[in-house]
Design a protein. Structure first.
Length: 732
């Protein structure tokens, strides 16, 4: 296969869908007519291990190399034949190829069971009355995790489905430990990985192999693969890019890294990778590289040619998922967190609405780095063009927009464009809990296929939200969450504890705010993260202003993003970790919402200072919405059926009308004066005739007043018309 560059995602990234970096780069290279090939060693390694042939090899290895085993491993070994004979069917089921197996998995003794099944009595409590397919996916996931336990305890302690030797990549200020590990003989998992890598390299003639390394959990695998290429294919140049390099390696100094990689590029990879290709082909000098580390005379040098400009988002092309085995990815259900489930279950095409973050102020975030700092949206038309292209290419209609924070105005335009084109897609994304997410906008997003949003509530304390410069309040978040929830869109909140100067009182008050949001049904999912100080965030760059002391005496020669620190007030936030997570787990199942917060902690905590009905009061306080004349009006309902009749009252005759409207879920019949009803039918006709299917609020008001010779506002806020509006008239 004649290619210029082979793009590889190392093992241990994602199982259910490709990590999108290589598809983004391949789509860009297509625009330059540079031939490329991409591969995901993550799914390939897993499918090689978890196959009949792979398990036969695995069990043989365990028997030959393991002397003493735990009771759990002994049980797994006792079921060796059952695992070998069932694995191909289980993997096919998780790939969606054999759905009828779900009955055997759930009702029978098809799966051998080890320690991961010990808490199975909680299955109904955790999953309720979920469908048989989902229950079977969860049981099949436990089955795979039992085999993972066998590998970890008897074969390779570093193994994990979506991470491998993560400890070596996390906070690795020195390259020493990773370098020493790479000197060791290939492990069992390494051997399988390089065998697959060799097959890949032998079928392509690429001059360059580019690794995208997004996380610490696939760093070691990336280095191991690069090491194999350098040893066995010395003529191939090897380059690294991706999230790990972009955040951790910005101050790289250790020349030993370049025993494995020839180039390491930072930030948006398109322009840097194009220049790497041109340099390898002898078309430009090394001095013309863009945002690239190289090693010359045993010195690490950073080269950033200012004459080479980055590409605009509309010039990058559509991500290209060809070459990847899209039908081979497996959907697993590891945990019951509904948003985390979306990460591991189902195939999602990845796209971006806007590069960077339009807010770009949060003090815990790496806002000084280009991937957040440089905000550039893509037009709604181009986004939906790309969606259609990907649906045609992949046959998948699910989309995950991987924005730092999708802009509400652009989300609205994308939703309108999806609806105009009658596309049937499903999508979700990350947001800020902006007040611009009105109830009407949320209903519009739902109508376009939006099923979930995730956003940062962070520390649910107005003082700390202000210190973080989040630009939201707890009350605002609650109201926005209500709007999404009422529209049928799942809300997941990123929650933080341990932000500098946070007191124990504020931690407990934050937990109480979260409890009340679950109690009032305006949050369905969440996850607590302990604050981590990073070098490129405002806190990391100026810790003293946040009453924090950095414990890093000097920058390391390798990874330098995570900064160890301590608070000057001596706070120990980690002790809250277990209680916060345990309480949240229960709240997500609508359990223990009436428990005192003290019950979640084994040490004394302060009583909450938050009123028990605070969130309820926030949600109750509603003012009439004020609309601007240029806001767009959109109608989701059917054409109204009008039946006129006369109503007599006190000797007077009133012309009235029955208005009947149908939605996919219900039928509404309502009486109103005939003139207003006829206007409504006329207005729906105007909307249908409009090329964009929208008019403005001002145009609607003018149309009504000209048609009826009456004031619009009393009619708009009337009980009858508000009932119609609730069925699908949106002002956004």
């Amino acid at each position: 296969m004649n290619t210029t560059i082979t793009l590889i995602t190392p093992a241990f990234t994602q199982l259910n869908t490709p990590y999108p970096a290589t598809a983004y780069i391949k789509g860009f290279l297509n625009t330059l007519e540079i031939p490329s090939y991409q591969a995901d060693l993550g799914i390939e390694v897993i499918l090689e291990i978890f196959s009949k042939k792979g398990l036969e090899r695995l069990f043989d290895y365990v028997h030959e190399n393991t002397q003493e085993v735990s009771l759990n491993v002994h049980r797994i070994l006792a079921f060796e034949k059952d695992y070998i004979n069932s694995i191909d069917a289980v993997i096919a089921f998780l790939q969606g190829k054999n759905p009828t197996l779900a009955h055997g998995i759930v009702q029978g003794d098809f799966l051998p069971r080890a320690s991961r099944f010990d808490n199975l009595e909680d299955l109904h409590w955790a999953f309720g009355d979920m469908g048989i397919i989902d229950k079977a996916k969860h049981l099949a996931t436990l089955y795979l995790e039992d085999l993972s336990d066998l590998i970890q305890s008897s074969v390779d302690a570093n193994f994990g489905f979506s991470r491998y030797a993560e400890r070596l990549g996390r906070s690795a200020h020195s390259f020493d430990e990773l370098y020493d590990s790479l000197k060791q003989p290939l492990s069992y998992i390494d051997q399988i990985t390089v065998e697959l890598l060799d097959k890949l390299l032998s079928k392509t003639t690429a001059k360059i192999v580019g690794f995208s390394i997004p996380f610490p959990g696939n760093l070691f695998s990336g280095f191991r693969c690069a090491q194999y290429i350098k040893t066995n294919y010395p003529s191939i140049k090897v380059t690294m890019g991706g999230g790990f390099a972009n955040t951790e390696l910005r101050d790289l100094q250790d020349p030993r890294v370049f025993e494995f990689f020839d180039y390491i590029t930072l930030d948006d990879g398109e322009a840097p990778l194009e220049n790497v290709i041109l340099h390898v082909e002898g078309k430009i000098d090394v001095s013309q590289l863009k945002r690239t580390f190289v090693c010359i005379d045993n010195q690490v040098i950073y080269i950033n040619n200012p004459l080479k400009k980055d590409y605009k988002q509309n010039q990058l092309g559509t991500p290209d998922y060809s070459d990847l085995p899209l039908k081979e990815y497996i959907s697993v259900i590891e945990i019951v967190n509904p948003m985390h489930r979306m990460w591991s279950d189902g195939r999602w095409n990845k796209l971006t609405m806007a590069h960077g973050c339009y807010w770009g102020k949060c003090t815990f975030c790496d806002i000084s780095l280009d991937y957040i700092r440089l905000y550039e949206p893509v037009s709604a038309k181009l986004i939906v063009d790309r969606m259609q292209t990907l649906v045609e290419q992949t046959s998948e209609t699910g989309f995950h927009f991987v924005d730092e924070a999708a802009p509400p105005a652009l989300m609205k335009e994308v939703a309108l464009e999806i609806i105009r084109r009658n596309l049937h897609v499903t999508w979700w994304t990350n947001i800020r809990f902006e007040k611009s997410f009105t109830q009407d906008l949320c209903y519009l997003l739902k109508a376009s296929g939006c099923i979930a949003v995730s956003g940062g509530l962070e520390v649910a304390s107005d003082r700390l939200l202000k210190l973080i410069d989040k630009g939201v309040t707890v009350e605002q978040v609650a109201k926005v969450n209500r709007n999404f929830t009422q529209a049928g869109i799942l809300v997941h909140a990123y929650l933080m504890y341990g932000f500098p100067t946070q007191s124990a009182q504020e931690t407990i008050d934050s937990l109480e705010m979260v409890r009340q949001m679950f109690e009032n049904g305006v949050m369905q999912s969440g996850f607590w993260h302990q604050f981590a100080m990073t070098a490129h965030s405002p806190v990391g760059m100026d810790p003293k202003s946040y009453k924090v002391e950095s414990l890093l005496e000097q920058k390391g020669s390798f990874a330098n993003n995570d900064v160890p620190h301590k608070e000057l007030n001596g706070a120990q936030h980690e002790k809250f970790s277990f209680g916060l997570r345990k309480s949240l787990y229960n709240y997500m199942h609508h359990m223990c919402l009436d428990w005192p917060l003290q019950e979640w902690f084994e040490f004394k905590v302060p009583k909450t200072s938050i009123a028990p009905n605070y969130i309820q009061q926030c949600l109750t306080e509603q003012s009439l919405p004020v609309y601007k004349s240029n806001q767009k009006v959109f109608y989701l309902g059917s054409v109204p059926f009008i039946e006129e009749f006369e109503k007599k009252k006190k000797g007077r005759v009133f012309k009235m009308a029955h208005v009947t409207l149908h939605t996919k879920r219900q039928t509404l019949s309502i009486d109103m004066d005939a003139q207003s009803a006829n206007w409504f039918a006329h207005f729906v006709e105007l909307l249908n005739q409009s090329s964009t299917a929208t008019l403005t609020y001002g145009e609607m008001k003018k149309s009504f007043e000209e048609f009826t010779q009456e004031d619009f506002e009393p009619f708009w806020y009337s009980k009858a018309f508000q009932s119609i509006k609730a069925l699908g008239i949106l002002v956004v």
